[in-house]
Design a protein around this ligand. Structure first.
Ligand code: APR
Length: 242
């Protein structure tokens, strides 16, 4: 069966969300209490929130960035990094996550996975609110010097009401894919939540891997429910032929 599947599938798009990093210890957004580390998502993840209280928002993301040193990629990230190295067809891994766990899952020396895009930005990047320049960022942004142009630096995160990154590349990849796989995302946030529909229109097979049924679970041809750390390596092993 795995060989048969691999023979007909060439072009794959994979969407990942917070659930893929949950087993690494990164909290998801929509927990049972509806709060993200004690805040409503809208209070720390909108341009309005940043205008209203830039220090609160900077500190919030500074804490998320600092927490990255305590987490490691889990078997799901490692399996997708292996798929990126070994899959000879087209592949695009689209992550909504702003952590760097997909990036770090690439083998040392291999560098950042070439076929990965962070559609909602990255914690380890700073964005100038005035000129739009980005730069790699490791420490705190609170109290950082302004950009060379004089603008204030902000987290390079796509907030609610802002345009996600790489949409042209993502749309083109989905239009040409034969398999779309959604991993660890609740399907609550657009445009990512609409990718499964676009993939179906493109004639792709669709697979959901999530701890529980997502908001759009009925749109998928197949759904596997359980922890990504077990289900994603199983799926990649089968696809690559063991
Ligand atoms: N394995 C698989 N799935 C899991 C696991 C796990 N171990 N743990 C949790 N999940 C699932 C949850 O059941 C939930 O459906 O992951 C999903 C996480 O959903 P959200 O917290 O809503 O995260 P996500 O879908 O990535 O959020 C999308 O919302 O706030 C914005 O920009 C932010 O990128 C984020 C976007």
């Amino acid at each position: 069966m795995a060989g048969m599947v691999a023979a007909v599938i060439r072009n794959i798009v994979i969407l990942t969300g917070a659930g893929i990093s949950a087993e690494s210890g990164v909290p998801t957004f929509r927990g049972p209490d509806g709060l993200w580390e004690g805040h409503r998502v809208e209070d720390v993840a909108t341009p309005q929130a940043f205008r209203r209280d830039p220090v609160l928002v900077q500190r919030f993301y500074d804490a998320r960035r600092a927490a990255l040193v305590h987490v490691e990629p889990n078997p799901a990230h490692l399996a997708l990094a292996r798929l990126d190295r070994e899959w000879t067809g087209d592949l695009l891994i689209v992550t909504q996550n702003v952590d760097d766990l997909h990036d770090r899952a690439a083998e040392p020396g291999h560098g950042r996975p070439a076929r990965l895009v962070h559609m909602h930005g990255e914690l380890k990047s700073a964005l100038c609110g005035r000129c739009g320049a980005t730069q790699p960022w490791d420490g705190d942004l609170t109290g950082a010097d302004p950009c060379g142009c004089g603008g204030t630096l902000r987290p390079d995160i796509v907030w609610f009401g802002e345009m996600p990154y790489h949409m042209d590349r993502i749309d083109a990849a989905i239009a040409g894919c034969d398999l779309f796989v959604s991993i660890g995302t609740s399907g609550a946030v657009y445009p990512a939540a609409g990718f499964v529909d676009a993939a179906r229109h493109a004639g792709a097979r669709t697979l959901e891997i999530n701890l529980e049924p997502s908001a759009g679970t009925q749109l998928f041809d197949e759904a596997r429910h359980g922890p990504a750390g077990r289900l994603v390596p199983e799926w990649v092993d089968a696809l690559l032929g063991g």
